[in-house]
Design a binder for this molecule. Structure first.
Ligand SMILES: Cc1cc2nc3c(=O)[nH]c(=O)nc-3n(C[C@H](O)[C@H](O)[C@H](O)COP(=O)(O)O)c2cc1C
Length: 368
């Protein structure tokens, strides 16, 4: 009997087991109504809940109305959001796939139009009026964008509390855990990066100051959820072209997060300055895997590798070589929702129970 491919081995964090190592990356759908996920979300997640995933992370979801990226973004600040998300989480639960909600405050990149309406800042006359954005400093996310208001020190506990409350509601909605969004130029990343954080008080300056709010948020979220619940953190491990956050900074952040009881870093990149490439590196298959690898090896914190991972043999090698604990994919899952079926076959999976139990066995039989 051949060994089970590494990509199809289970993985556990606290009380939660991923049946395999392939995770759906968070993807904004811009289809929410007043923060509530809709039938669109049920269709989107239903597609993946029946695809044999190891886990799913649902899109960047505002912990407050001002924390949404756009008026079409989902929220988790009200009870009706909890009820609406239950329609999504039950799909994953029924298949034994752990699901996570990405909780977000969009900071200087909030109050934007849906991408198909242009994606720039909302203007008077948009379907929802623009709202005042906030950030560490009054630095627009990109040239010509709205100038955010610099947060006052006494507002920081309220930000951490909103994330904690969002995490509690996410669990009430049936998610198995949460992912704190600390990437892509949104509020927490904008505190980490010296490009956007020009403060000279306790929440800026040196790395300890720039990490302060992200760590306060992580601590508040950890304290808000039970011991068996995993807390993930998505980081932009480096800024985009022209930014200044370094991988060394992110290694230090990972170490501090681990000490606070965060369970995994989802290693993305880019987003500062806004509009620049995903990362300062050449986008090629697996271009962000080195972040996940270094953080995993130097801090002992489990990691997700993401970014142009599309090939089953490559994805399997990332896990088999110990470069990351999980891989996640976004665009390839849009192109090919049943990617896992192909991956299982290409990797010679012998025990169908790891992926789509009945369907896979039948598929193999009629494909023989
Ligand atoms: C339609 C779409 C929406 C996305 N929305 C989010 C999001 O809500 N949160 C997030 O952290 N990343 C988001 N991303 C980035 C992906 O999670 C992922 O990191 C990125 O696309 C690189 O992975 P890929 O090469 O497999 O697509 C989005 C990507 C796409 C294509």
């Amino acid at each position: 009997m051949t060994e089970r491919p590494a990509l199809f081995s289970p993985f556990s964090l606290r009380g939660v087991t991923f049946p395999n190592r392939v995770v759906l990356a968070p993807m904004c759908q811009y289809q929410a109504e007043d923060g509530r996920p809709t039938d669109w979300h049920v269709a989107h997640h239903g597609r993946y809940a029946s695809s044999g995933l190891g886990g799913a992370i649902a899109e960047a979801t505002g912990v407050s109305p001002e924390g949404r990226i756009s008026p079409g973004c989902t929220g988790i600040w009200r009870d009706d959001h909890v009820a609406a998300w239950q329609r999504v989480t039950r799909l994953y639960r029924a298949q034994g796939i752990p699901s996570f909600l990405q909780i977000n405050h969009a900071g200087p990149k909030a109050a934007t139009m849906r991408p198909w309406d242009g994606g720039g800042p909302l203007v008077e006359g948009s379907d929802e009026p623009p709202w005042q954005t906030v950030a560490p400093s009054a630095v627009p996310a990109r040239d010509g964008w709205r100038v955010p208001r610099a947060l006052e020190v006494d507002e920081m506990p309220g930000i951490a509390a909103a994330f904690a409350e969002g995490a509690r509601r996410a669990l009430a909605a049936g998610f198995d855990g949460v992912e704190i969004h600390g990437a892509h130029g949104y509020l927490l990343h904008s505190f980490m990066s010296p490009w956007s954080n020009r403060r000279s008080d306790a929440y800026g300056g040196d790395l300890a100051g720039r990490m302060r709010l992200p760590l306060e948020v992580a601590r508040a979220v950890r304290e808000a959820v039970p011991a068996g619940t995993p807390v993930l953190y998505r980081a932009s491990c480096v800024d985009g072209e022209g930014g200044s956050l370094t991988l060394d900074d992110s290694v230090a952040l990972a170490r501090e997060l681990r000490a606070l009881g965060v369970d995994l870093m989802d290693c993305s990149g880019g987003g500062i300055p806004s509009g620049q490439r995903l990362a300062a590196q050449k986008p090629e298959p697996g271009f962000q895997v080195p972040y996940a690898e270094r953080i995993r090896h130097e801090t002992g914190l489990p990691t997700i590798a993401v970014g142009m991972i599309t090939d089953p043999i490559h994805a399997n090698s990332v896990i088999a070589e110990g470069r990351a604990d999980l891989v996640s994919m976004a665009r390839q899952f849009l192109r090919e929702p049943m990617w896992l079926l192909r991956a299982a076959q290409e990797l010679g999976l012998e025990h169908p129970s790891a992926v789509m139990p009945q369907l896979y066995a039948f598929y193999l039989r009629i494909s023989a």
